[in-house]
Ligand binder design. Sequence first.
Ligand code: GLY
Length: 257
Amino acid sequence: MNFKNAIVRQPGKNFSQGLTTANLGSPDELLALEQHAAYCRALQDCGLKLATLGPDLNYPDSTFVEDPAILLPTAAIITRPGAASRAGEVVSMRRELGRFYSKFYEITSPGTLEGGDICKADNHFFIGISNRTNEEGARQLSEFLAQEGYTSSMVDIRNIPGILHLKTGIAYLGNHTLILVERLRDHPMFKDYRTISVDPQENYAANCILINGRVLIAKGFPKFQSQLEALGYNTLPLEVSEFEKMDGGLSCLSLRF
Ligand code: GLY
């Protein structure tokens, strides 16, 4: 699928006050802005037109714009983040998406769901059940997706250490091919896919994104980069160290549609 647009939001001055379990130290504000700018340029190089939102100091994690919405060609789904400090991020995202979409669905209480737990693989969606996305949120999403002609299945990641969202450990690269961290490699849900396993020392690299024929990958994971290049993928490595410190990655930093 070709993407035309992306929504991004610059990290704010209080980005370091967001949620994190990474234990990698506090992010450097200026470096985060530089890395974000380079990420935006990379999206543009991949042919995307950007809608860039300014920092929202009410929500330190709001640079991770992927979590408040799921975008389909025909409709937008507004999520209900499971992290209380992120719940209000949906309000400004709903407003922004009104510029692009006329059809909306919304995850409602008691459902919770964050976009990081949703992995689209052609016409199928994997929905991670995590500490942020509950079964009711997944059930509601699955119904909305069915109405729009998609299938879905749930993958429980609550007992898998080190995986905040499903896409912390999985990515879809088209052609029935999934990137998987070792702990998800033998999951029965993925048995019909061709899989590329990430070396456990490079787990962070699993969060990569395919955009219009290029694969954006985190810089500093040479085995993973070589693996993809040997398979013929056109990689574009980007430094995202400051976002890694806040449990975020390449997919979380944009909504692509
Ligand atoms: N810091 C990103 C998150 O925890 O949602």
